[in-house]
Design a protein around this ligand. Structure first.
Ligand code: FRU
Length: 495
């Protein structure tokens, strides 16, 4: 693959050529190598002809493209989304001589059936052979897919969540050996419905400021997001080995942008540790029309790797906190600029000379009064050549919306579904009296994180020229409000 094109993300994963969608089968092996598989059409820049592509990394930023891991049997079949586990104790009986046997559980999509199948790897996930007893789970439905399997130690069982896509239902199945599966319960008609539920995940994760863990059910919805197209919702709750029970009936969305879908959590991270996820950074509404295809021969990147945990300290109760995984492997230099006492001011960073064109910035505003907060904070990325821009901010600090605008970019603005503007409510936090914003711009991707990751947004952008100037600005602040800002240029992981 050629990773030099001006739209090519430099710290995000994207496929060497052609079309990628969902992350699949993610696990970390005993040597500490992260394995990412993904829905891959190696022949065209549009969806179809689904294989599992494969890449490996030690730090989740520097990826090595590996040979395609799973191939369908013929042109009428597709290897759809699924997950992988490491069968350390040889529960399957397939690995008598090793403790690092990998089992991939995927949906085989055929004209008349979506069935669940296994592929076996004796070399820690580099090569697979299909299990001869396939399929291991079929109900004769064309809308039954995306198995995500975890190990549940208290009952010594494997637990699968899987979508009955058009019945707005996640099925929970259990197994002692990965080969025979028993239906245990259903989780259905919760929160947003859309038209289909896909790619469920059920994850144990730590609670902020607590030694307890909780469970989170995540469901991807497509089409039918309130923003149009694809979106992911989540529900905090409890799990007893057979049933998931949500704490409440609130519909919570994982990302207030439009390009974060089908996220998956790595297998093999203990439940009391922050959980690591990666999502597909695109939207089915326009993914097959974006200009990286005709211009550079590839379509779709993954989101940043994210760490995730739950908090219950917000005014709306539980929230899934999501932040970039440790960026230090791509942060070799000092900040391009930093200012601990910006006040009402402007930071201007001209990064025309930064070859990667990848920027990370943080803006922290403290001591915001609880009543009558004044002042504004915003950012703008510009192209020094075309004047195109990408911006976002809070018109008014305090309990007021945060907005993003990708409508002033000329490279891709004709698609009616490639909507321009996004916003979310920032809920003033009386405990911290702070507003925090951090963001990564990576050529054709922007990810923003508000209030320490309590909210995040992922959006794609396709400027005609790379954005190469950043302006951070605050104005009209109350007396006594503190502002600090820092901007880093990040290193390309692909150069
Ligand atoms: C989600 C999805 C999955 C399916 C895969 C096919 O984006 O539709 O439900 O397994 O993509 O590529």
């Amino acid at each position: 693959g050629n990773y030099t094109g001006p739209l090519r993300p430099q710290i995000h994963f994207s496929p060497p050529v052609n079309f990628m969608n969902d992350p699949n089968g993610m696990f970390v092996d005993a040597e500490g190598v992260y394995h990412l598989y993904y829905q891959y059409n190696a022949l065209e820049t549009v969806a179809g002809n689904q294989h599992w592509g494969h890449a490996t990394s030690r730090d989740l930023y520097h990826w090595v493209n590996q040979p395609i891991a799973l191939f369908p049997g013929n042109r009428s079949q597709g290897i759809f989304s699924g997950s992988s586990v490491v069968d350390v104790n040889n529960t399957s009986g397939l690995f008598p001589d090793q403790d690092n046997g990998v089992v991939a559980i995927y949906t085989l999509n055929s004209p008349n059936d979506q069935s669940q199948n296994l592929a076996i790897s004796y070399d820690s996930g580099y090569t697979f052979e299909k299990y001869e007893g396939n399929p291991v789970l079929t109900i004769g439905s064309t809308q039954f897919r995306d198995p995500k399997v975890i190990w549940y130690a208290p009952t010594q069982r494997w637990v699968m969540v899987i979508a009955y896509a058009q019945e707005f239902t996640v099925g929970i199945f259990t197994s002692q050996n990965l080969l025979n599966w028993t239906a245990a319960s259903n989780f259905s008609y919760h929160g947003l419905l859309g038209l289909q539920w896909e790619c469920p995940n059920m994850v144990e994760m730590p609670m902020e400021n607590s030694t307890e863990t909780m469970w989170v059910m995540l469901v991807s919805i497509n089409p039918g997001s309130p923003l149009g197209g694809s979106i992911t919702q989540y529900a905090p709750g409890s799990f007893n080995g057979t049933h998931f029970t949500a704490v409440d009936s609130v519909a919570r969305i994982a990302d207030f942008g439009k390009d974060n879908y089908a996220g998956q959590f790595f297998y093999g991270i203990p439940g009391d540790q922050p959980q690591i996820s990666i999502a597909w950074a695109s939207n089915w509404q326009y993914t097959q029309a974006v200009p990286s295809g005709p211009l550079e021969g590839w379509r779709s990147a993954m989101s940043l790797p994210r760490i995730n945990y739950l908090t219950n300290a917000t005014r709306v109760g539980y929230r899934l906190v999501s932040l970039p995984y440790d960026l230090s492997p791509v942060t070799s230099s000092e900040p391009l600029q930093s200012n601990d006492d910006l006040g009402n001011g402007t930071v201007l960073v001209d990064f025309t000379d930064l070859e990667s064109k990848v920027i990370y910035f943080e803006l922290n505003i403290t001591n915001i009064p609880a009543v009558n907060a004044s002042g504004t904070a915003n950012f703008t990325f510009l192209s020094s050549i075309t004047g195109e821009s990408l911006s976002g901010g809070q018109y008014l600090l305090g309990d007021n919306p945060f907005w993003l605008d990708r409508g002033r970019l000329r490279g891709f603005d004709s698609d009616p579904f490639f909507t321009d503007k996004f916003s979310t409510n920032v809920l003033y936090d009386a405990d911290t009296a702070a507003f925090t914003l951090s963001a990564v711009l990576d050529r054709s991707l922007l990810e923003v994180f508000l209030q320490g990751g309590e909210q995040s947004a992922t959006i794609t952008l396709f400027p005609e020229q790379p954005l190469d100037i950043l302006v951070l600005r605050t104005a009209g602040l109350n007396e006594g409000v503190g502002v600090s800002a820092a901007v880093w240029g990040l290193d390309s992981a692909w150069a």
